[in-house]
Design a protein around this ligand. Structure first.
Ligand code: PRT
Ligand code: ZN
Length: 286
């Protein structure tokens, strides 16, 4: 059976989380360090270790069946017409950031119309152009490949359009974030599905679902079951079992599709639940 190719970032912000996700999907492979192609031992899949910017082209041109990259990289490639043949199969929940517009702290910001006629430095010219067109703004785009945040200080631009996560980089360069162009996170992209991509997708879904889900166990009186069900979120049908030697009391087991907060445990206790245990779930197959 021919192997699938999955392109991931060789080294950078998305590499660790991409590898960790694939390992949680049961894929086993030797250390990818310093290698371009890494075969998996027990799944017909090769990892292609590449720069994140090349991932849309690998997938769109059919060299790779699948890829993991930031939505920002995918959007930019799609809008620039470089990688037309790809679809977003799953959002993966890591590598979260946003593409934002920022201006010098002293700038008199009065809303999006303040961008009219400015020079805006960015590594995302197509995303910015698309945004400005939709907002009916005419501005000059100054393309840069990195260190965009220094452009206003160097007199090269009046504003920047760059990725932001904590905002510390903008702050330390005397810039204020004023608009979000789009939110981004790591996504899985592909071209067409086949039996093996479907098999991998099922595992990815299982891992993503499990990481937010919790298994809850508690004891209570039979009469408290309905109140308890109304308190704990995301529950379908709990398993209710009689406790040995006490016909009025039961053990309740259930899966919650959301994390369980201390406040919820306090409400459960107030409703009469005791010995409440909350456990993480490793895998879910529906
Ligand atoms: O070598 P290669 O081309 O593969 O890597 P790269 O250097 O282009 O990318 P890398 O590893 O820096 O980022 C990979 C992906 O991580 C990006 O495409 C985003 O999808 C995602 N990501 C998440 C980020 C950030 N958060 C982020 N904060 N990418 C970049 N940044 C940079 C940002 O450009 C700015 O310089 O971090 C700085 C801002 O961070 P804060 O926390 O100070 O706001
Ligand atoms: Zn890159």
């Amino acid at each position: 059976m021919p192997s699938l190719n999955l392109a991931i970032q060789k080294s950078g912000r998305l590499s660790g989380d991409s590898i960790s996700l694939l390992k949680r999907c049961g894929l086993n492979f030797d250390s990818p360090e310093g290698r371009l192609i890494v075969p998996c031992n027990d799944f017909p899949l090769n990892l292609l270790m590449v720069r994140d910017d090349d991932i849309p082209s690998y997938v769109s041109r059919g060299a790779s069946d699948l890829g993991i990259a930031g939505l920002n990289v995918i959007e930019e490639a799609r809008l620039s017409g470089l990688a037309p043949e790809m679809t977003i199969l799953r959002k993966l929940g890591f590598g979260r950031c946003r593409l934002s517009i920022a201006v010098p702290n002293a700038f008199n910001w009065e809303g999006v119309s303040s961008l009219q006629g400015l020079r805006i430095a960015t590594s995302y010219p197509s995303s910015l152009e698309n945004y400005l067109r939709r907002q009916d703004i005419r501005a000059e785009i100054v393309p840069m490949t990195g260190s965009v945040e220094i452009a206003p200080g160097m007199g090269m631009a009046d504003a920047v359009c760059d990725l932001v996560s904590s905002g510390a980089t903008l702050r330390s360069n005397g810039l204020t974030e004023v608009l979000t162009v789009y939110e981004s996170e790591a996504v899985l992209i592909g071209r067409s599905s086949c039996k093996e991509t479907d098999r991998l997708l099922l595992r990815i879904d299982g891992v993503l679902k499990a990481q937010h889900s919790r298994y809850i166990m508690m004891n209570s009186s039979r009469s408290a079951i309905e109140t308890i069900r109304s308190i704990a979120p995301g529950l379908s049908q709990p398993t209710v079992m009689p406790l040995a030697g006490d016909s009025g009391r039961v053990a309740i087991h259930m899966v919650s599709s959301e994390n369980i907060f201390w406040e919820t445990l306090e409400k459960l206790k107030a409703a009469g639940a005791e010995d409440i245990l909350v456990l993480p779930i490793e895998k879910i197959m529906m």
